[in-house]
Ligand binder design. Structure first.
Ligand SMILES: [Zn+2]
Length: 408
């Protein structure tokens, strides 16, 4: 059943089955007036309609109405399975209260941990599904989703099962983030690290509930040594490392991620020049989450220009979470990446699609509009891809296809 998408103003996509670095991030393939043909859930033809091989028989067609086609977004850092919101912290922060003051009075991550522990697996599954539906309305077709608000064996497993159970329109890839923080009832208790290594990660691997393992290395949270121990233990069980690195201070997290061969080093607002050089020399993706800086009203964004110019592989994600970045919108993230971090629109599109796919180890099958890849694409109500930033603050997405299936 081949499907032809016609009447496209433009198709814009990065190209390749691996990561893209440096100046190459600005090299999109741009087709004007071309068609897309999908069959068996994959792209089978992209180009002028008149050049379509005769052996491709069209069964159905869609009039795109002059839309622009781009690859489905790949959001590689989210904390989807949580319960409870923290909207009340916003006014407190606007009045000048610090994160530490809010946390000391029962807010912050501990409040999300309590709400998530109280929630049933069914409630968490429903939350994951609702957020995934919002993501797909904004063009995301693949997302990573982390645990990390259970912080004990049963509740971490519950979060990961909620990711697996959700009948999500977005392809979800799970990460165990048991090392997100110390449990609120045992702050700074080093024995929690033993529990992660000896009980939680083996149970996650045994039940095949995650592909990745993540840790938050930060002043006052886990030390470099503790983070490394968790990630090495995960890797020994087949869980590929990722790392929350250099978010609030420079802990040399980027270099740690690179030395461990981690799939990504995430946040990086405080990454040092040494950390940038380490990432540039590695295959670890620098995953930037500008929604966090924006929502926390910080002037400090990750040094995207330095990272790209040094040759690091850069991706972009929402960091969707109830405390510091309550958004499912990759277009919003792209607008921040360009207008605040000074990435070009082309670099941002590559970062939000193909490089994200690479960090999830999926660049061979998703992340670009190319023959043979899974047919994940977004139709934008726009004459060209530049409108993704130029026409900001509105949702330009008119249709989303995943594996060739129209989700809208
Ligand atoms: Zn995070």
């Amino acid at each position: 059943m081949a499907l032809l998408i016609r009447n496209l103003s433009q198709i814009a996509t990065p190209r390749g089955r691996g990561p893209v670095r440096g100046a190459a991030m600005r090299e999109l393939a741009v087709y004007d007036g071309a068609v897309i043909v999908i069959d068996g859930g994959r792209f089978v033809y992209i180009g002028p309609e008149r050049d379509k091989p005769a052996e491709i028989v069209i069964d159905d067609d869609v009039d795109a109405g002059g839309a622009t086609a781009i690859p489905g977004f790949v959001d590689t850092h989210t904390h989807l399975p949580f319960a409870g919101f923290r909207e009340s912290e916003l006014n407190r922060r606007l009045r000048g209260e610090s994160y530490e003051q809010i946390a000391a009075s029962g807010g912050g991550i501990a409040s999300t941990v309590h709400a998530t522990r109280r929630a049933s697996e069914e409630e968490l599954t429903a939350n994951v599904l609702a957020r995934a539906r919002t993501m797909s309305r904004y063009g995301t077709t693949t997302a990573e989703a982390k645990s990390g608000y259970g912080l004990n064996l049963d509740d971490e497993l519950k979060q990961l099962r909620a990711i697996r159970s959700a009948d999500s329109p977005v392809r979800l890839v799970a990460t165990c983030l048991a090392a997100h923080d110390f449990p609120p009832e045992r702050r700074g208790d080093a024995a929690y690290v033993d529990e992660i290594v000896e009980r939680i990660l083996p149970a996650v691997a045994e039940a095949k509930l995650a592909v990745f393992c993540d840790a938050f290395v930060e002043r006052g949270v886990f030390t470099r040594e503790q983070g490394e121990r968790v990630l090495r233990a995960g890797a020994a069980l087949g869980l590929v490392p990722r790392l929350h690195a250099d978010e609030l201070s420079d802990t040399d997290g980027a270099a740690l991620a690179a030395s461990l061969g981690a799939a990504s080093a995430d946040h990086l607002m405080h990454v040092s020049d040494r950390g940038i050089a380490a990432l540039a020399a590695s295959d670890t993706v620098a995953n930037l989450l500008p929604g966090t800086s924006f929502f926390l009203m910080s002037d400090r964004y990750a040094p995207a220009r330095k990272l790209i110019d040094a040759g690091a592989i850069v991706s972009l994600s929402t960091d969707c979470n109830p405390g510091s970045s309550m958004t499912e919108s990759m277009p919003m993230v792209i607008q921040l990446a360009t207008l605040q971090m000074k990435m070009t629109v082309e670099e941002s599109l590559t970062a939000a699609t193909l490089n994200g796919a690479y960090s999830l180890r999926l660049a061979g099958s998703i992340g670009s509009i190319e023959v043979g890849k899974r047919a994940d694409l977004v139709l934008l109500s726009a004459p060209n891809y530049l409108h993704l930033v130029y026409h900001f603050g509105v949702n330009l997405v008119v249709a989303v296809f995943r594996d060739g299936k129209n989700l809208s």
